[in-house]
Design a binder for this molecule. Structure first.
Ligand code: ADP
Ligand code: MG
Length: 322
C-alpha cells in the first residue's frame, strides 16, 4: 500500500498503479521541498474506466497530507461550449477566498483583462482579443500559484474542457519554469479533434516523458481485486473469467463484482479451497469516484472473449452509458 497507509474509510485499493503513484509522490517531493523549484506537469492518459479519476483522488490525498493546497476541475461533455468554464472551476477556491480589492491587487494590470473571463469583473466594452485574455489568465494564475505555494492543480477529463480553458492550459504549462506548482491532467485518447486536439498535444509535449498511458489490469491483478472484493474463495477459473469478460478494465471489473455480490452468484466453479492466492498487490487506496455508476463509458475493446463455457461473470452485461 502506498506510503504504508491503510485504506481510508470508504476507499478501495488501486491495483497496479505503483509507477503512477510513485511519479506523483516524486513530483510532490520536488514541489514541497523548495518554493523556487520549477513547476511540473503530469499527464495521465487512458480510456474510460482505467482509473484516471481514481489516480487524481489519490494525488489529492497525498498532496493534502503534505500540506499542499489542491484545486481541481473537470471537463464536462455537455459544457464544452461554455467559455472558461473549466478554468473558472479550477480557480474557484482562490476566487472565493479573495476580497474584490485583493483580487484586483493580485491580478494587477491583468485584472481588467482576466477578470471578466474569471467572472470577477464586468466585461469591457467591445470584444477582447482572445490571445490577450489568454495571456492575462496565464499571468493571473501564475500570481495566484505563487501566493498559494505549495499548490497542486488537478484537471480531470481535459478532453471535455472548453476551448478557452485548453488554450489557457497549453500556454500555462509552457511557462512552468519559474512557478512552483504541480499540474496533473487526465484525458482520454481521442474524444477531441481540431484545435482542442492540437492544444492537448501541446500539453502532452510540455509534459514530455511525464505522460503515463494507463493500462488495463493484468489477469493477476484482476484476480487480486476479485478476491479482495468477493473473498479468498473466488477460484482461479472464476477470476480468469472475470478478466476475460472485463478485459482488465477496472471500472468494468468493479461493476461486475458488485453485480456478483448483489446477486449472490457462485464465486467458484470449483471447490472454494482450490483458490490460489494472487501475488499481485494493490498500489494505493482510493475513495474518490466511488464510482460504480459515475461517468461510465464502455471502453473500445471489451477484452478477450471468454475462453470456456460461460461462468457466472459472463452472464453480466455492463450498464448503459449515461
Ligand atoms: N487500479 C485500480 N484498482 C482497482 N480499482 C480501480 C483501479 N482504477 C480504478 N478503479 C476503480 O474503477 C472505477 C473507475 O475508475 P475511474 O477512476 O472513475 O476511471 P476513469 O476516470 O479512467 O474513467 C472506480 O470505481 C475506481 O475506484
Ligand atoms: Mg474519470
Amino acid at each position: 500500500m502506498t506510503e504504508g497507509r491503510p485504506p481510508t474509510a470508504g476507499s478501495a485499493p488501486l491495483w497496479e498503479r505503483d509507477a503512477e503513484i510513485a511519479t506523483v509522490a516524486q513530483a510532490l517531493d520536488v514541489l514541497c521541498a523548495d518554493q523556487t523549484s520549477a513547476g511540473s506537469l503530469l499527464v495521465l492518459r487512458g480510456e474510460a474506466g482505467l482509473g484516471k479519476t481514481a489516480l487524481l483522488a489519490e494525488t489529492r490525498r497525498i498532496a493534502e497530507r503534505r500540506g499542499c493546497a489542491v484545486w481541481s476541475a473537470r471537463g464536462a461533455e455537455t459544457l464544452r461550449s461554455v467559455p472558461f468554464h473549466v478554468v473558472r472551476q479550477l480557480l474557484q477556491p482562490a476566487l472565493l477566498s479573495l476580497l474584490p480589492e485583493e483580487a484586483r491587487e493580485y491580478l494587477g494590470d491583468w485584472y481588467d483583462i482576466a477578470g471578466p473571463a474569471l467572472g470577477i469583473a464586468d466585461p469591457q466594452e467591445g470584444s477582447a482579443d482572445p490571445q490577450y485574455v489568454c495571456d492575462g489568465l496565464v499571468a493571473a494564475v501564475r500570481r495566484l500559484a505563487r501566493r498559494e505555494w505549495p499548490l497542486v492543480l488537478l484537471l480531470d477529463d481535459a478532453h471535455w474542457s472548453d476551448q478557452e480553458t485548453l488554450r489557457w492550459l497549453a500556454a500555462f504549462v509552457e511557462r512552468l519554469d519559474d512557478v512552483s506548482v504541480l499540474v496533473v491532467v487526465t484525458r482520454r485518447p481521442g474524444e477531441v479533434s481540431g484545435d482542442g486536439a492540437r492544444l492537448l498535444d501541446t500539453v502532452a509535449e510540455a509534459a514530455g516523458r511525464s505522460v503515463s498511458n494507463l493500462s488495463a489490469l493484468t489477469p493477476d491483478a484482476t484476480a487480486g481485486l476479485t478476491r479482495a472484493t468477493l473473498g479468498r474463495h473466488a477460484d482461479d477459473a472464476f477470476c480468469r473469467e472475470v478478466w476475460a469478460v472485463t478485459g482488465g478494465n477496472p471500472y468494468d471489473t468493479v461493476e461486475l463484482l458488485a453485480k456478483v455480490q448483489d446477486s449472490e452468484l457462485p464465486r467458484s466453479r470449483h471447490r472454494p479451497g482450490n483458490c490460489a492466492r494472487s501475488t499481485a498487490r494493490p498500489a494505493a487506496a482510493d475513495s474518490s469516484t466511488g464510482s460504480r455508476d459515475s461517468g461510465w463509458r464502455r471502453p473500445g475493446s471489451p477484452g478477450p472473449p471468454p475462453s470456456s463455457a460461460p461462468a457466472s461473470p459472463s452472464t453480466w452485461s455492463p450498464a448503459s452509458p449515461p
